[in-house]
Design a protein. Structure first.
Lengths: 400, 240
């Protein structure tokens, strides 16, 4: 009987292909967006995790601001360059420290200009970030001390300003000052839609004087000597900075010292929150799709009142009519779910190159989306089905 | 003249003092005001009357689509007047067949699938169902029309499909509500000939509601309704 009912339902869907398609469009779009959001979100999370893992486990990031939750930061005073020097000087297990300040500037060479991001830091930065020089050289200590007008450019900047010319030894303008290009970085490619080669690196002191005009340092990157304890270094840096920032015993830290695991948790936490939110929005569209199904099923019941009357006269039980319409609604919504899953997977596959996010197929979410769409069919199909089953056969047979 | 000649034994259908009242209080409408009717196995009864005479209400009760307000309805000796909705559905499924004025075939569904419908509810396997449906369609003269949908069939052919659907499950009684109401005279006569043949050859008891005297003439017995009562009940002189 159930098998027959299913065949009957599929035949009914086939009889009205266009209407069936429009009916389930809401479900298709809902499921497709859930699948796309979650697939891309998972991809982003995996990408972030992989990238942070590639940074090595002996890296610490020190940022101003209170810890408030994933992806959030409270306001707090910035660091100074001296904080980085103090960490390098006083913490024994530290192997390299790079204070980092970033800003935006237009780089000009001849007739070409290009808006890029300028990073003020020390010569340790390149190695700390897993970058490498393609040609030229890094800053010298005296250049860093003096705040010399020298810079290292990324491949995108080279391409935009110099074309095929060799940039080494040329002079470019950043803001009001002319800088000599002393180094060119190796290409690193895109990461999460961000061009990692679109940057100019200048000595921190030069950046502070000529570009930002203040002494603030927003980030201090620290690498720990191999074999040394990360937890210990973290604790030492914390105590040192508390002292330098003159925090009283009871006060909370107004900065964070994070290791890569924590950074990864923070970033994936952020993407997961985002994924969850987008997924929830998509789930709302599933409910809207369900209402669409209910609407059409009600129309269908009214339209097929005489059919229902005939079936009842022939001897169909109330529950058989109920089951017929319910199975029809569920078959409809499940088919919509199936199409939605395929569409969502297709969309995430197509978007992976645009968004620079790997394609991570999660069968779990596909199964959940399918069951959810079937459940939408049950919930929103029940009322119309009940309406059909409760029809009075005499009235229904007389219905025009 | 009262036709209940065989008073001994159990009749196929026996109504005693059946009334049907729609609505309540002052708005109440008495559709049947006490009906006594006995129909024997193998009979062909035409129920006639003007609209509002109660003939359709009576057919609905006979067809177990509706329950009487009071009185007794015995079907093959079993009291069925107070059955539940589902119990009446089962009774219709196994003992009754219906033919309607408007055919009531499923749209965009082939003739054979329409005819099979009652067997689906009886749980007959697909292969067997097809065979029986094919045979039944042939019996009503529609061999070769199996895969046509109702919109591709003439009115007379549609009514034949409907009759095939009504008789496919070998019902005890065929309930026909104005079966020729939508057909021209020639088509009507063909349908009536078919019903007579089914009554004569297959022994199916037929209860037919009609307001056309010509059509009632085909029946063995004619019952006239007026104002919710039986006005006359006579054997038809014509032999078929």
């Amino acid at each position: 009987m159930l098998w027959n009912t299913l065949l009957l339902a599929l035949r009914e869907i086939r009889r009205n292909v266009m209407r069936s398609f429009l009916t389930v469009l809401g479900i298709v779009i809902g499921v497709a967006s859930v699948i796309t959001m979650v697939t891309l979100g998972n991809g982003a999370t995996q990408h972030v995790t992989a990238q942070i893992a590639s940074m090595g486990s002996n890296l610490l990031m020190v940022t101003p601001g209170r810890r408030m939750g994933p992806g959030q930061q409270g306001m707090a005073p910035a660091f100074k360059g001296e904080d980085a020097q103090a960490i390098a000087r006083e913490i024994g297990s530290v192997s390299a420290v790079a204070p980092v300040s970033t800003g935006a500037a237009t780089a000009i060479f001849g007739n070409e200009n290009w808006s890029t991001s300028v990073t003020g830091t020390t010569s340790e930065f390149i190695a700390l970030r897993n970058m490498a020089l393609h040609s030229g050289r890094n800053f010298t200590t005296s250049e860093a001390h003096a705040g010399a007008a020298v810079c290292i450019v990324g491949q995108t900047v080279r391409e935009k300003l110099f074309g095929s010319q060799d940039p080494i030894g040329q002079r470019i303008r950043l803001g009001s000052l002319s800088f000599q290009v002393i180094g060119l970085l190796e290409a690193k490619g895109q990461s999460m839609g961000q061009d990692q080669d679109d940057l100019v690196i200048v000595p921190l002191r030069t950046f502070q004087r000529r570009i930002s005009g203040n002494q603030d340092v927003r980030l201090i990157q620290v690498s720990i000597r191999d074999g040394a304890s990360t937890e210990k270094a973290q604790q030492d840096i914390r105590l040192l900075l508390r002292d330098r920032r003159r925090l009283a015993a009871g006060e909370e830290d107004n900065f964070q010292v994070m290791d890569t695991k924590e950074i990864s948790t923070m970033l994936t936490g952020a993407t997961q929150v985002l994924t969850g939110l987008l997924g929830a929005v998509a789930a709302v569209s599933l409910v809207v799709g369900g209402i669409g199904i209910m609407n059409i099923m009600l129309v269908s019941v009214t339209e097929r009142t005489r059919e229902v009357g005939t079936r009842l006269a022939i001897g169909a039980l109330e529950r058989e009519v109920l089951l017929q319409f319910l199975v029809e609604a569920v078959a409809l919504s499940s088919l919509g779910g199936l199409f939605g899953i395929l569409l969502g997977l297709g969309a995430s596959f197509g978007l992976k190159s645009v968004l620079q996010v790997p394609f991570v197929f999660d069968p779990g979410i596909a199964i959940i989306a399918f069951l959810f769409s079937a459940a939408v069919g049950v919930i929103f199909g029940y009322f119309p089905a009940l309406k059909a089953a409760r029809l009075d056969p005499i009235e229904a047979l007389r219905h025009e | 003249m009262v036709a209940s000649t065989q008073t001994n034994g159990t009749a196929l259908i026996e109504l005693q003092g059946v009334t049907k009242v729609y609505g309540e209080g002052h708005a109440a409408m008495r559709a049947l005001a006490g009906i006594d009717l006995r129909i024997e196995q193998g009979d062909f009864v035409a129920i006639m009357g003007h609209s509002g005479s109660g003939k359709s209400t009576c057919l609905n009760i006979l067809g177990c689509l509706d329950s009487p307000t009071s009185g007794s309805y015995r079907f093959q000796g079993v009291e069925v007047s107070q059955l539940t909705r589902d119990q009446r559905a089962r009774l219709r499924r196994y003992y009754l067949g219906f033919v309607f004025q408007g055919y009531n075939l499923l749209k965009r569904t082939t003739a054979i699938e329409n005819v099979e419908l009652p067997l689906i509810y009886r749980g007959v396997p697909a292969r067997e169902r097809h065979q029986i449906a094919r045979r039944t369609l042939a019996a009503v003269g529609l061999e070769g029309w199996e895969s046509h949908s109702p919109s591709e069939l003439s009115g007379g052919q549609q009514q034949r499909v409907a009759i095939a659907r009504a008789i496919i499950a070998d019902p005890s009684v065929l309930m026909a509500d104005e079966p020729t109401g939508n057909l021209d005279t020639a088509r009507s006569e063909e349908i009536m000939d078919l019903l007579c043949r089914l009554n004569r050859e297959a022994g199916i008891t037929i209860v037919m509601v009609t307001h056309e005297a010509d059509m009632a003439e085909y029946a063995k017995r004619i019952v006239h309704f007026k104002d919710g009562r039986i006005e006359s009940d006579q054997q038809n002189g014509r032999t078929n």
